[in-house]
Design a binder for this molecule. Structure first.
Ligand code: K7E
Ligand code: CUA
Length: 669
């Protein structure tokens, strides 16, 4: 009771709120139920110490059994190298997609040749130990058509090794990993151009080109360079086409986030940079540390890149080929009018293009403003050759005052911005731990409403990115935002010194933003998330045909089919064609000799939804997940003699434990 009094709300308030809410939701129910509160609802709320606001929030997030979420979020899985799929508003975790990291449940990287080949394609091109089994995933990007999510593909980057992955949203599986040539780290990735012509990957830490070309830090200014890669995407094949991809050489500033222009600014891309000071540290020799050296200047440079022009230059062959990819040299980028700089304030981080493509919003981590540039003004300045000078590498610098449209005082440490359908922008404010809502200027809002801070809501704590429903597309939905908080401090039951991250769901439909729900994320550190209307996705419920190979997205010629199961020996190779159906494998005895190569094809011949079978061989680090219709291949050398049961790892049926067999590896004499 005391708690209620303290809140100054009292029982009446709850009853009123509950009645109103149930009256509202009641309109969807039968007449007899209308307006009726379930018996004891008030007592439950009281016993659990729920305020009327809590109850309202609960009603807005609760998704009853059998009902689906309205939105789906695709979240970076951070260091896990995976993607998290989360429903909104329920904040239920629906799936973890293995991307750069082996994922045992999906059998991704645990013996299937198909997934092994995908992972291996992303290993390092140099060095003895090429294997990579983790990634620092940052920015997922859904494929777009005319600047809107089309629900077909998903991309994500690995900041740690400069890699890009392609996920097909028909089966939510990773299809391709590309180790980007020449680059060793990235950050401005992945961002797609409005028709997914290219997946943009901006670099981060400057290095020689290629990074394996050693050069001492003393030669930083001469030998180190930045890079941005435009990975050409072949939508028909669902793969990045490396032969059509290209890179643009940039000065050795640390390029940061990027965004693609759209509508009005179609054909252009925008990337932040930091460390235009070109600091490389050296505390060992009494020099200032990197973070101090890199924040001396008040301004860094927004990179304004004409990728349409770059395409022409590539077609005209004005490129160098380095490590098998076409690279536009820095001088060419300058002389061909591909690259321009705009000063941007203090330690810039996020760059986000407004829905109509007319404004570019930049936030400086050490600034209190968001700075808004006008694309029209940028174009005019470029046409008039109105430059305030050149950087040391000859890149023309536009005059800040010529191209800036507005600055909005937001709060300390603004990072990333998203948009809604009502002409508002939402910016995450890291140092303050808030989400700031502010208005865009014309044509989004009439003059008197333009460029103004509207409201701030505290979040818990240290927000990085935020996402709003389709909030980085040409047609944002509004409705929900989610604040992706790095710290959760006091929000959850303690689970040791490594705390979960905190995704906070915010309702943005009302006058005031309303915090609805905290979702702890036990997989860190997610950076960016995109939120798509669920009905834009149309994933398969089972694979379309029996014998379907997800790696090629087609029916496989080698897929074992019912009645065609067999074991064949050719020299030292034993090839097995096996089927799986509740509740047996066929064949169920495989006899080989120590040192034999075993090639095993397995098809799950089920057509029922959810009837997945696993296939594990004890002692051989093999585990597959075979969804209905799926076929997969395992290749291994039976180098360990002995008796190795194999079994189904999914509790598929009452006789699941009996779904097993024996691999007998007869020792050499
Ligand atoms: Cu701000 Cu990598 Cu987009 Cu983290 S980044 S927060
Ligand atoms: Cu199939 Cu268990």
């Amino acid at each position: 009771m005391g708690k209620w009094k303290k809140l100054g709300i009292g029982g009446l308030g709850i009853v009123v709120t509950l009645s109103l809410l149930f009256f509202f939701t009641g309109t969807l129910q039968t007449k007899s139920q209308q307006g009726k509160l379930p018996k004891g609802a008030e007592e439950i709320a009281r016993a659990r110490g729920l305020s009327p606001q809590d109850i309202e929030a609960a009603l807005k997030t609760y998704v009853p059994t059998g009902k689906y979420d309205e939105y789906i979020m695709f979240s970076s899985g951070g260091h896990s190298g995976q993607i998290l799929v989360i429903g909104v508003p329920s904040m239920r975790l629906l799936k973890v997609i293995g991307v750069f990291t082996p994922e045992p449940w999906q059998g991704f990287g645990f013996g299937s040749k198909e997934s092994g080949d995908i992972l291996k394609a992303g290993y390092m091109p140099v060095g003895k130990d090429r294997t990579l089994t983790w990634a620092d995933t940052h920015h997922p990007a859904l494929s777009e058509t005319n600047g809107d999510y089309d629900g077909q593909y998903l991309f994500i980057n690995d900041k740690a090794n400069s890699r890009i992955a392609v996920i097909d949203l028909r089966d939510f599986e990773t299809k391709q990993i590309v180790k980007t040539p020449n680059m060793i780290s990235d950050h401005g990735a992945t961002f797609v151009t409005p028709n997914t012509e290219y997946v943009i990957e901006g670099g981060q830490y400057a290095a020689p080109i290629p990074f394996s070309n050693y050069a001492p830090l003393e030669e930083y200014k001469e030998k180190y360079r930045g890079l941005i890669t435009f990975h050409a995407f072949d939508r028909k094949k669902g793969r990045i086409d490396e032969s059509r991809s290209f890179q643009i050489e940039l000065p050795p500033y640390w390029q940061d986030l990027c965004d693609a222009g759209k509508k009005e600014s179609y054909g252009w891309a925008f990337c932040n940079s930091l460390n235009t000071e070109m600091a490389t540290g050296g505390i060992e020799e009494g020099k200032p540390p990197i973070e101090a050296g890199a924040s001396q200047r008040d301004m860094d440079y927004l990179h304004v890149i004409n990728w349409k022009k770059a395409e022409e230059v590539v077609r005209a062959g004005k490129v160098k080929e380095i490590s098998g990819i076409k690279v536009i040299p820095l001088e060419t980028a300058v002389s061909e009018g591909i690259l321009y700089f705009i000063p941007e304030p203090k330690s810039p981080h996020g760059v986000d293009v407004a829905p109509r493509g007319d404004y570019i919003v930049v936030s400086g981590k050490l600034d209190t403003h968001t700075t808004i540039y006008s694309f029209k003004k940028i174009q005019n300045a470029i046409k008039a050759k109105n430059f305030e000078g050149k950087d040391p590498y000859g890149v023309p610098i536009l005059n800040f005052n010529d191209v800036v449209e507005a600055q909005v005082e937001i709060g300390l440490g603004p990072l990333h911005t998203q948009f809604d359908d009502k002409g508002n922008a939402y910016t995450s404010v890291f140092i303050e731990s808030t989400i700031a809502k502010w208005t865009l200027g014309e044509p989004y809002n009439p003059k008197e409403k333009a460029w103004k801070l509207v409201e701030k809501i505290p979040v818990h704590y240290n927000v990085g990115h935020l996402v709003c429903a389709e909030g980085d597309t040409v047609s944002p939905d509004g409705k929900y935002c989610v604040s992706l908080n790095k710290w959760s401090i006091d929000r959850f039951t303690p689970v040791g010194p490594l705390h979960p991250q905190n995704f906070q769901l915010i309702d943005i439909t009302g006058e005031k933003m309303q915090l609805l729900y905290d979702m702890p994320i036990g997989i860190g550190e997610p950076h960016y998330v995109q939120m798509i209307k669920a009905d834009k996705l149309s994933p398969w419920l089972v694979y379309p045909e029996v014998g379907f190979n997800p790696a090629t997205m087609s029916k496989s010629d080698t897929a074992p089919l019912p009645g065609k199961e067999k074991i064949e020996r050719k020299g030292d190779t034993v090839e097995v064609w096996m089927t799986a159906i509740r509740s047996h494998f066929n064949p169920e005895r495989i006899k080989v000799k120590e040192g034999d190569k075993v090639v095993l094809h397995i098809t799950n011949i089920e057509r029922a939804r959810d009837a997945t079978h696993g296939f594990a061989i004890d002692g051989y680090n093999i585990n597959l997940s075979l969804e209905p219709g799926e076929t997969s291949t395992v290749e291994f050398v039976a180098d360990k003699p002995g008796v190795y049961p194999f079994y189904c790892t999914e509790f598929c049926s009452a006789l699941h434990l009996e779904m097993a067999g024996y691999l007998l590896v007869e020792p050499k004499k």
